[in-house]
Ligand binder design. Structure first.
Ligand SMILES: Nc1ncnc2c1ncn2[C@@H]1O[C@H](COP(=O)(O)OP(=O)(O)OP(=O)(O)O)[C@@H](O)[C@H]1O
Length: 354
């Protein structure tokens, strides 16, 4: 348009939108509705959890505004995470349930679930964790509360456990592992459904569900019965695990649960003494699988004894060493998950409107 004259407020609006778009690798169109400007003050309402980037965002906006001589009083950033639509009835105050699954056992699904839950908290979200892994419920060990016994306020609902600010429940608190492993599909899914619905969860942005490994009847039933918003698949790079992870993606596609992306665990081993890098479980298997299925690679975690040490000890890595590069990798991965879920919900809205 010829002779278009923007007011300082409009200039500030586009400046903030551009900074948001650059930082979160989105288009200006996708972010401009998050910005409100009034009396030289900027209010940004983020639809996903990205607390670790708030300071960077503020500083970039302040710098850009001063470079363009635009009046700027202050920048306020708030987060409002929406509840995504699900086919099945929602559970209480839980906005989004994210299933963490793997085709193959032992690839680090539970370790990833626990660390991602704390990483989402580090990104400012309200998070809970449900251990639905009936074959090997390891969350109580990983959270250091194996001795806890379930309690109830009203004899109807179970009070979830609190571990360093995370609320959690596990099938492991209720059923001895040797009993649960022989359960048939309907029994297992009924018990898990009950555990999900009869836990007194507080308001949560995300409930992470550590799924049983595999892609059989139990997993399929769970994915259909629970109001799952989306799934995250964990795999190691090795062919065997990748082939099973691929079946996992197919399973969620079959029941219309969007797959947010893949986490490649044990991607690489770096010798702490000499720095030599070894691809113990092969190289890039998860990366290639993500490409083939056109889903994002949400994160890559190395094989590192610290990850095992803290989970074995029942102390979350992210609480013990929040500034460790490994914690930072989980935190970056959590941002990717939160952002992908938001983008997914936009797609759902578009599909509903067609
Ligand atoms: N990146 C990693 N570096 C080092 N050890 C890891 C890593 N990820 C997981 N581990 C270790 O590998 C073992 C298996 O991990 P985990 O129990 O999370 O796997 P899983 O996929 O949930 O297994 P299951 O099939 O029993 O559910 C654990 O001892 C854990 O501490």
């Amino acid at each position: 348009m010829l002779f278009s004259r923007s007011t300082p407020e409009q200039k500030l609006q586009s400046l903030v939108s551009e900074q948001l778009a650059t930082l979160f690798e989105l288009s200006v169109n996708q972010v401009e509705t998050w910005v409100t400007i009034a009396n030289n003050a900027v209010l940004i309402t983020l639809p996903f959890a990205a607390q670790t980037l708030h300071d960077t965002l503020k500083k970039r906006i302040e710098l850009a505004a001063s470079e363009q001589n635009l009046p700027l009083d202050h920048v306020l950033i708030e987060t409002k995470i929406h509840a995504s639509a699900t086919k099945v009835k929602k559970v209480g105050q839980i906005k989004n349930i994210i299933a963490v699954a793997s085709g193959k056992g032992g690839v680090g699904k539970s370790t990833s679930s626990v660390n991602i839950a704390y990483a989402l908290m580090a990104q400012g979200a309200k998070v809970g964790l449900l251990d639905a892994d009936i074959y090997g419920p390891s969350v109580p060990i990983m959270l250091g509360n194996t001795d806890s016994t379930p309690a109830s306020r009203d004899d109807k609902t179970i009070i979830p456990f609190a571990a360093h600010g995370l609320v959690a429940s596990s099938i492991g608190y209720f059923v001895p592992a040797e009993n649960a492993t022989v359960w048939r599909g309907p029994m297992a899914s009924k018990a898990l459904e009950q555990l999900l619905r009869e836990t007194d969860w507080p308001e949560l942005d995300y409930l992470i569900v550590d799924m049983p490994p595999g892609t059989g009847d139990i997993q399929l039933t769970l994915a259909q019965q629970m109001p799952v918003s989306a799934a995250v698949i964990v795999t190691t790079p090795q062919d065997l695990a990748v082939a099973d992870a691929s079946k996992g993606i197919a399973m969620f596609n079959k029941v219309d649960v969007p797959v947010l992306g893949l986490i490649e665990n044990m991607s690489l081993y770096i010798c702490p003494k000499c720095g030599h890098q070894e691809h113990i479980f092969a190289q890039n298997g998860g990366v290639e699988l993500a490409k083939r299925n056109k889903v994002p690679l949400l994160g890559q975690l190395p094989l590192n004894s610290k990850i095992r040490h803290y989970t074995d000890q029942g102390t979350p890595l992210l609480i013990a060493e929040p500034n460790d590069p490994l914690s930072q990798s989980y935190i970056t991965c959590a941002l990717a998950i939160s952002k992908q879920l938001y983008l997914q919900s936009l797609m759902d809205i578009r599909i509903q409107n067609i």
